[in-house]
Design a protein around this ligand. Sequence first.
Ligand SMILES: [Cu+2]
Length: 196
Amino acid sequence: MSNGDLFYVCGGALAVCAVLVSFAGLRIKSFPGRAAPLVALGFITLIGATATFAMLHAQDEEEAKAAEFSKANEEITEEESSPVETESKEAPAAKPKPAAKGPGGTLQLAASPSALAFDATSLTSKAGKVTIDFNNPAALEHNVAIEQNGKQIAVSETLAEGKTSVSAELATGTYTFLCTVPGHAEAGMQGVLTVQ
Ligand SMILES: [Cu+2]
């Protein structure tokens, strides 16, 4: 049962009790009499419960809205980061030393042992079967995924303190490589994969 349902149940019970008590008050002369503290306590409990569930329900709704909002935000961000824009933004920051230019389309990529970062922000490969050999020396779990225009093409296993790899048949173009662990790409675990 959700907090919303509980709120309605408590609210309903409160309304029913209010009607019953006023009815009893009209019909029974001695009411509430000795039962007064009990009736008052019952009302306080019900009001407290209703208010609590109302608050929890509002929180749930807010969280749901926040989740929706951040999802919408992500979609907007993805739309905004078209390949052309990504290129113009990333290109000046990209290090000229492509540490991961391997023969036959096999690239080497490692995660930082202590920071949310890869050891390269740009990778270059020839078209065809591109493999990224990924080494994560950190105790924190990472992976590496290949995306284009916000669509995932391939993703490696997510692991800590180990090696894995990801492969995909890639045509000439600009791709993004990133860690898909929530928050990591945003923190810096992403770069441009250029396939020539
Ligand atoms: Cu990561």
